[in-house]
Design a protein around this ligand. Structure first.
Ligand code: NAI
Length: 216
């Protein structure tokens, strides 16, 4: 099935299925029913069946889901069966924290990482074995390593200008942490991440809960 036909809501839930199935594999569970998966994930069994039916089901009546198979199929849908070279632009607090986040490699889709900054004090410092490079070597690094993904963790007022440089040098996807919208052509995928939005959702849910439970 064409992935474009699948609703965004379903795509958003796939990483969670992937994570739970990964845990089941670690526990050596070979198959699981939608009911058991439902209890584990706190999602209704019918939601699970509906979601997974989008991809041809993968389940068998009376058998449930083959955990390993489903894990790999969802991985393929999420593009995790490929490897990508990626770069981090801005080796400050956030850039270094992301570089330190070992789970990317555990997921298996990151082949090579480069970290770039403009601050000469940082040049050559190693973050988990990855050396911080100066920004003037960026175009060459992208070319030589066929880098497709860039992570933007630099100041907001530098992000648009940097996105242009990245796109001009062939970057195909940007994971943007700077709090600004980027101008990118249709063939460049931008995913914005704002931790503060998640915190606002948390604070909203907390105040909703309190309102509902104090009125009575
Ligand atoms: P930081 O000040 O520790 O690091 C920024 C780094 O970018 C510095 O090392 C600086 O030298 C470098 N830099 C500046 N101009 C550059 C350029 N043109 N090219 C390459 N590197 C350049 O800041 P921090 O705390 O790491 O935050 C980075 C960015 O991420 C900020 O824009 C911040 O607002 C944003 N942020 C976003 C979050 C989110 O949830 N989206 C959460 C936390 C921070």
């Amino acid at each position: 099935m064409d992935a474009k036909e699948i609703s965004k809501a379903v795509i958003k839930r796939l990483p969670r299925y992937y994570r739970y199935l990964g845990e089941l594999m670690e526990e050596k569970v070979e198959r699981i029913s939608s009911n058991d998966l439902s209890k584990k994930m706190h999602v209704t069994a019918s939601q699970i069946r509906q979601d997974l039916n989008n991809f041809g089901g993968f389940g068998q009546q009376g058998y449930g889901y083959n955990v390993k198979y489903l894990y790999h199929e969802i991985g393929k849908i999420l593009g995790l069966d490929k490897t990508y070279n990626l770069i981090i632009i801005g080796a400050g607090n956030l850039g270094q924290a992301i570089a330190n986040y070992a789970n990317f490699e555990r997921r298996g889709f990151v082949a090579k990482v480069g970290i770039f900054d403009i601050n000469p004090v940082l040049e050559g410092i190693s973050v988990r074995g990855i050396e911080i490079r100066m920004i003037n070597s960026l175009p060459e690094f992208i070319r030589e390593n066929q880098v497709e993904i860039a992570i933007l963790t630099l100041p907001k007022n530098k992000a648009k200008e940097m996105a242009k440089v990245l796109i001009d040098n062939g970057i195909k996807a940007i994971w943007n942490f700077a709090h600004t919208d980027l101008d990118a052509p249709e063939d460049v995928i931008v995913e914005n991440v704002h931790l503060s939005e998640s915190l606002m959702a948390l604070s909203y849910n907390l105040s909703q809960y309190r309102n509902e439970h104090t009125e009575k």
